[in-house]
Design a protein around this ligand. Structure first.
Ligand SMILES: [Zn+2]
Length: 116
């Protein structure tokens, strides 16, 4: 039930924002999710739907998932590449270990649209 707890924390964040803005409803939520975030996007959508429906501020909120494929950047040869597995720690082009994951592990509330 990992997706459910993620959905609940996203809803909490959205409610905080709504409170700050004194909004009565939130029109849209945009959630970023990486392929390697460890969360199933279908499951998350399903859980979000259930969580949002139970709250008057979020009842009519439309959810958009922005999915991110894994992308790595090499600090040595400055190339970007798609790593084949999460445990890859080497540049595919030059073999350097000076690599970082740019995308793939996102899991956050990117933006929300308030209806006031
Ligand atoms: Zn490289």
């Amino acid at each position: 039930m990992h997706e459910l707890s993620v959905a609940m924390s996203i809803a909490d964040l959205a409610l905080d924002e709504a409170r700050k803005a004194e909004a009565k409803q939130i029109k849209e939520l945009e959630v970023e999710i990486g392929e390697w975030a460890g969360v199933d996007s279908e499951g998350l959508l399903f859980s979000l739907d259930a969580v949002l429906k139970s709250n008057p501020v979020l009842r009519h909120t439309k959810v958009t998932l922005r999915k991110h494929s894994p992308l790595m950047h090499c600090g040595s040869c400055h190339s970007d590449f798609r790593p084949k597995a999460p445990y890859i720690r080497q540049c595919e082009r030059c073999g350097a270990e000076n690599v970082e994951l740019l995308h793939g592990r996102e899991l956050s509330l990117k933006s929300l649209t308030i209806d006031d």
